[in-house]
Design a protein around this ligand. Structure first.
Ligand code: ZN
Length: 319
């Protein structure tokens, strides 16, 4: 899947590269979930291709073949290890060493520091020295969705470029053959890369909505529905529960076009859910969800039970 909306940025960088006007250190930023990391990888590939045109690598040359085989000797990726929050200083030392040797195949070496906001103090200081005295045959690419978390001294050493937001058409076309792409895109607020990453949560969404339907039909009580929900993968549950809560508010405000569960909700809203109480209740649930995501220790089963009991009394209690 290509980041089509970054093509003018790629074109600009490709031209600077060919005219030898490129800064030795680049900072690639942009909003969360729109492909900052993917774009930085594409730029790192572009700089190694010997026949790049119009911001695209050729896909045919010796360098491109090495890139496709993931064996290009003049490229180093620096990123946090799986499950690790920080980029350790050992990785940066390795990059600094890599930067001191001559390129083997390409015109220059490319070092990509992905999720650069995860450099800790020691690793940030270690990379800073190299950025201050760049070797002529090395390009550093730092990529981050959170540039504010970088040391200002690192930011000021780099030329910054921003990946723009995609248009709705570009976003849909990126999701290509993914089922329910418009729903995913709505949930991800127009951010296609984030939307694609949510695809494997869709089965959890169906189960969650079925449990809500069972509760509203009176086929399940709150304890039974809660225990069904507690069996879902917790991160999927949080994502879709939050989306459902936001939709509940939208429905109560008469915005019915973006609903995750149109029929069930519209029926409820027709029964005049008290909207001030609803807002307050939704706020509380969303803040509980955020707290749980930050690691607060709430008992999930009892939280779900009391959430559902409150919801049912909001729906039916006023009449
Ligand atoms: Zn090529």
């Amino acid at each position: 899947m290509r980041i089509e909306w970054a093509s003018s940025l790629m074109l600009q960088l490709g031209q600077l590269w060919q005219n030898k006007q490129l800064a030795p250190s680049l900072l690639i930023t942009g909003d969360m979930g729109i492909g900052v990391s993917e774009t930085a990888h594409a730029i790192a590939e572009l700089f190694r291709c010997r026949n790049q045109t119009n911001g695209k690598r050729c896909g045919q040359c010796h360098d491109c073949r090495l890139i496709d085989a993931d064996t290009h000797p003049d490229f180093l990726l620096v990123a946090p290890d799986e499950g690790k929050k920080q980029i350790g200083v050992d990785k940066v030392r390795k990059a600094n060493e890599f930067a001191t040797t001559r390129p083997q195949v390409a015109a220059c070496k490319v070092i990509l520091i992905d999720q650069a906001e995860r450099l800790n103090t020691a690793s940030a200081n270690a990379i800073l020295k190299t950025l201050e005295e760049p070797a002529s045959s090395v390009v550093f690419i730092l990529a981050t969705e959170r540039p504010g978390q970088l040391l200002p001294t690192i930011r000021s050493r780099c030329q910054s470029y921003v990946v723009p937001m995609p248009t709705p058409e570009q976003a849909l076309s990126y999701l290509d053959d993914i089922a329910q792409k418009q729903t995913l895109l709505d949930l991800a607020r127009g951010r296609p890369v984030l939307a694609a990453s949510l695809e494997d949560t869709m089965a959890s969404r169906e189960k969650l909505l079925a449990l809500f339907a069972g509760l509203l039909d009176g086929k399940l009580n709150a304890v039974e529905a809660a225990s069904g929900m507690a069996k879902l993968e917790v991160e999927h549950l949080m994502t879709w529960l939050q989306a459902w809560l936001v939709d509940l508010v939208k429905a109560s405000l008469g915005q019915q076009q973006a609903l995750q569960d149109p029929n069930g909700l519209v029926e409820l809203i027709d029964q005049a859910l008290p909207s001030d109480k609803l807002m307050k209740w939704v706020d509380q649930q969303i803040s509980d969800i955020s707290a749980m995501r930050r690691g607060a220790s709430l008992n999930l089963q009892s939280w779900l039970e009391s959430m559902l009991i409150d919801f049912m009394s909001l729906c039916w209690g006023e009449r």
